[in-house]
Design a protein around this ligand. Sequence first.
Ligand code: 5AD
Ligand code: SF4
Length: 495
Amino acid sequence: MNYKEWNLEAAVQPSVQPETIPETEPERQCYFMAKAKKLVAMQSARAGRPLTCCIRTFGCQMNARDSEKLLGILEAAGYVPTEDEDADFTLYNTCTVRENANLKVYGRLGHLGSLKKKHPGMVIALCGCMMQEPQVVEKIRKSYRFVDLIFGTHNIYKLAELLTERLERESGMVVDVWEGTDQIVEELPTDRKFSFKSGVNIMFGCDNFCSYCIVPYVRGRERSRSPEDIVAEVRRLAADGVVEVMLLGQNVNSYGKNLKETITFAQLLQQVEQVEGIERIRFMTSHPKDLSDELIQVMKDSKKICHHLHLPLQSGSSRILKLMNRRYTKEQYLKLVDKLKTAIPDIALTTDIIVGFPGETEEDFLETMDVVEKVRYDSAFTFIYSKRTGTPAAKMENQVPEDIVKDRFDRLLAQVQRISSEVSGRDVHTVQKVLAEEVNSHDSRLLTGRLDNNTVVHFPGDPSLIGKIVDVYLDEIKGFYYMGTLADVQGGKIQ
Ligand code: 5AD
Ligand code: SF4
């Protein structure tokens, strides 16, 4: 729900200003949003200007969606958003999947500290995956004492309450990190980045425990939202002008398994497909071990589900896959890809690959290269293995020397890029449906949009087309993107 339609005044008066603080959610947060709003208004009157807020998001699509919710709450409390980190309330929504994500946050925190010295009253807050690690919170308490507020991944919905506590207290660090939760709080305000497309959380957490991955420890156990809540949210989004939804979860293929009335992901997709106004459906991320024939069939039959699948490989060596606890072999993965390509010949496949997992030999690495050659991915995110404290892989011996990892990484990247540039251009000289997303940042005469299969297209067009799906003739492929021209419905080129 866009916060602009979310009626804070109606929600807080008179029922949400009772003597006692409501116990249940979301009423409790409505109460605190109203309270924070008063405190922010007082500070704003003192300063003689509106108070500003800035959120920096690190990491994945889940974090991006969380940030939209956090911004919705801050705006409901009266803050005006800005891109400038020198704001009255600056929040880092952090990621910890690889060590360099952490280092980035520490690096930038020093800069925030110096901004705060010149900006009395500035509130600095940290949240997200990194804050779920006790040693991180410890380090911030000791070495970054200017931080005002820390919370984790399980209680982002409580921002209004934590903010109120901090504003009332005026000094000292407020820390509230939960180990886990089975609660999913709905119905809080959200400020979406795009008016025409939106992420929709369908589940939270992960139960897979891949041996290198910290996500299950920082995002907790798998919890699915009810299909009724998801479909209701998609309906509201459609009514608000959204044409594309991205269903989000760490492992969407195991959606519904822990609900009282079990439902499969494929069945959920069929329900979302029924929502009028939604024209494109995407989802992230699929685990190969759980990708069902039912899902392939539903994708094939659907008019709205995009022909794009992100299917993390991680390694092409069955031996390494076993050590990674991925629960599929190279052969099973390749068979699955075959099945997908046979059912949906124009499907675009993308993936994640880790290089340098402990014990990875040259032979193992060549197995990965072999899968890349056989599958011919549209694109692949390649990562150097990063040791995460607390995961089983961190305790494994024979970590691969840095120079060998770097060499393998470079070879893999070159291969991925070569194949990607060969594969990406397959639709050149055809007319395709493109969702116009934004004015091109380098040339304002151009619009930038995406094909159903997620490939980027730049074409001359008027900003009024943003948010619309238009026919574009693809003139030329330039590496990973097309240059195109608006076409009429017959597929002819407009001169
Ligand atoms: N080191 C390197 N890459 C990792 N990923 C997850 N954990 C690690 C790690 N410890 C990658 C995986 C996953 C993606 C989101 O991040 O490839 O699919
Ligand atoms: Fe991490 Fe594996 Fe879960 Fe993905 S499926 S979040 S890689 S544990």
